[in-house]
Write a protein that binds this ligand. Structure first.
Ligand SMILES: Nc1nc2c(ncn2[C@@H]2O[C@H](COP(=O)(O)OP(=O)(O)OP(=O)(O)O)[C@@H](O)[C@H]2O)c(=O)[nH]1
Ligand SMILES: [Mg+2]
Length: 268
């Protein structure tokens, strides 16, 4: 691993962007210069890319000293890449930990907006770049992808009772101290389910979550890693979590009803 910058007080950027990659060399070559124009450091978590991803990252690391690279020997999953990246970022003491795809779908202009919001109030724990609130949109996405994303969000919002429109969004800023409160070892999902599980956990520990509209742009180069397995994982997990939540609620109500009935009998 290229060494991460230690906490150098005022000299180091307060924020770090964690980018998971597999074969995103062409995209990183365009993304990194724009990102590094902002006051951020970058950590790339790469799973055995066979293109020039590693060379591109190492070259920016050498030129700027603000880019780190964590290399893993095989494709270990998006969720696991983020868990590893987040763990390093938390340990290094960054104030804001940013999650962003390396395929160009998440725009740096939108990141600037997200950063403004994240830093606008001390109580904001999680900022989500949202496609599905007014002002948000997708560009060049096939209709079936839009339908899939919209239905996944509707289903997870209903099943998990989440007040977030874009649960599957991968463009986010966590306050470092807040992310530290989430036990990442308990988060087991890998694909879209990872984003949903993190949203669910953030809501469970009563974080302040806001959504900011973004324009999500379909990748121009490279290959999508989205698969049927990722969709199935999300469908199964959301259904399991949702049913457990609903059963828990029913048991709670039944217990409360029983207690009320007993109290009533005792007062007769
Ligand atoms: N390290 C690592 N990165 C991954 C893995 N899967 C996907 N990525 C990266 O995560 C980011 C998002 O993956 P994409 O393939 O664009 O998947 P997506 O954005 O969910 O789906 P599309 O809309 O089809 O692009 C990209 O930067 C990928 O290179 C993985 O298993 N390990
Ligand atoms: Mg993508």
């Amino acid at each position: 691993m290229v060494k991460m910058r230690e906490n150098e007080g005022m000299n180091r950027a307060p924020s770090i962007v964690v980018i998971p990659t597999i074969n995103e060399g062409a995209n990183l070559r365009r993304l990194l210069p724009d990102l590094l124009a902002l006051p951020v450091d970058v950590l790339v978590v790469d799973d055995a890319s066979t293109d020039d991803t590693v060379a591109v990252v190492e070259s920016f690391a050498a030129q700027t000293g603000r880019v780190s690279l964590l290399r893993r020997p095989e494709k270990l999953g998006l969720g696991s890449a983020y868990r590893t990246g987040f763990t390093h970022a938390i340990a290094a003491g960054y104030q804001y930990i940013i999650q962003m795809d390396g395929d160009g779908s998440h725009r740096v202009v939108d990141l600037e907006k997200l950063m403004q919001e994240a830093t606008s109030a001390p109580d904001i724990d999680l900022v989500i770049g949202s496609r599905w609130i007014p002002g948000g949109a997708v560009l060049d996405w096939p209709k079936h992808r839009e339908l899939l994303s919209r239905s996944a969000n509707l289903y997870s919002r209903y099943m998990l009772n989440l007040n977030v429109r874009d649960n599957t969004a991968g463009f986010r800023i966590y306050r470092g101290t807040f992310l530290k409160r989430i036990d990442l070892r308990r988060i087991k999902s890998e694909g879209y389910a990872f984003q949903i599980e993190m949203t669910q956990e953030a809501a469970r520990i009563e974080g302040t979550i806001i959504e900011i509209p973004i324009l999500f742009v379909e990748r121009e180069t490279g290959v999508s890693k989205m698969s049927g397995k990722i969709i199935l994982e999300a469908l199964i997990k959301v259904t399991q979590w949702g049913l457990l939540r609903i059963i828990g609620q029913c048991l709670h109500r039944a217990h409360a009803g029983l207690a009320r009935a007993c109290n009533h009998r005792n007062t007769l």
